[in-house]
Design a protein. Structure first.
Length: 276
């Protein structure tokens, strides 16, 4: 039976973890997560003069892209290290430390709220969506992305399957979180927005392949620049980690090319609008 989720413990764990890996995350994943930024902003109709909130902004790239479209962007992140990195990478933009589940903004003050893989890292995703909706004006747009199931999102999938093959279990001090792949299902992602009161909802799949140079690059990113997955793998006994890595490398061979590895990526993008 899955462990009961303690949202507060999970949120505390995530917040602390992202403080430690901000720079590593930028180096390992910005080129990957950056490929969904433009579709995300398109889904929220972000353009000239749009007042847009980027939740869980991380290194700030979504806010940066929105600003280049002429939008008035604000980015928030729970980790101060991420906020400082975003300010460094995108000087002149407004980045603040804030909890996406308790936003420090007035009602109806944004035209759009966007979150690129934000909802996966929140202990209370339904509450977060309620907060996003609260800050949207009537007719405002919300757009969110999540990773698809491991069978289609192979960068994480090869590690998820390797962990399962070896039979590794989460360490006792790793708080259980919401199902990481719940919103990979179109109906669940739609229901999240529907229950938040949104209309004109759409869920779409974004699929592409992503080139990575070496197995060490992929392994190092997943185990050194993430929070939940890193904690799961790196807390295992040395022999278990070795066997996970062997299973990981074996599965990765399917995607080897002359230049490294070409891995299938699949992302779910959900959007909707507030009534009005």
């Amino acid at each position: 039976m899955p462990a009961a989720v303690d949202p507060d413990a999970f949120n505390t764990f995530e917040a602390a973890g992202w403080e430690d890996v901000a720079v590593a995350y930028e180096g390992a994943f910005a080129s990957l997560t950056g490929r969904t930024i433009e579709p995300l902003l398109d889904a929220a109709a972000v353009g000239e003069g749009t007042r847009v909130l980027d939740v869980a902004t991380g290194p700030g790239h979504v806010a940066g892209h929105a600003s280049r479209r002429g939008a008035l962007a604000v980015g928030v992140d729970i980790a101060q290290a991420m906020v400082e990195l975003a300010r460094e990478l995108h000087p002149g933009l407004d980045f603040r430390q804030a909890d996406a589940q308790a936003l420090p903004f007035d009602d109806a003050c944004f035209d759009a709220v966007v979150g690129n893989f934000a909802i996966l890292h929140l202990g209370r995703p339904e509450h977060a969506v309620a907060e996003f909706v609260r800050t949207l004006r009537p007719g405002g747009a919300l757009a969110l992305t999540v990773w698809d199931l491991p069978v289609r999102m192979r960068i994480t999938g090869v590690l998820v399957e390797a962990v399962h093959e070896v039979g590794a279990t989460p360490p006792e001090d790793l708080p259980a979180g919401p199902d990481f792949f719940r919103y990979s299902a179109d109906d669940e992602f739609d229901a999240l927005l529907r229950d938040g009161g949104l209309e004109e909802r759409k869920v779409m799949t974004i699929a592409f392949t992503h080139q990575m140079r070496t197995a060490d690059d992929i392994w190092g990113g997943l185990t050194g620049a993430t929070v939940r997955m890193s904690a799961l793998v790196m807390a295992q006994p040395e022999d278990t980690r070795r066997r996970i890595r062997e299973a990981f490398d074996r599965r990765l061979e399917e995607y080897r090319t002359a230049d490294g590895f070409e891995l299938p990526v699949s992302v779910k993008l959900a959007s909707g609008r507030t009534p009005g």
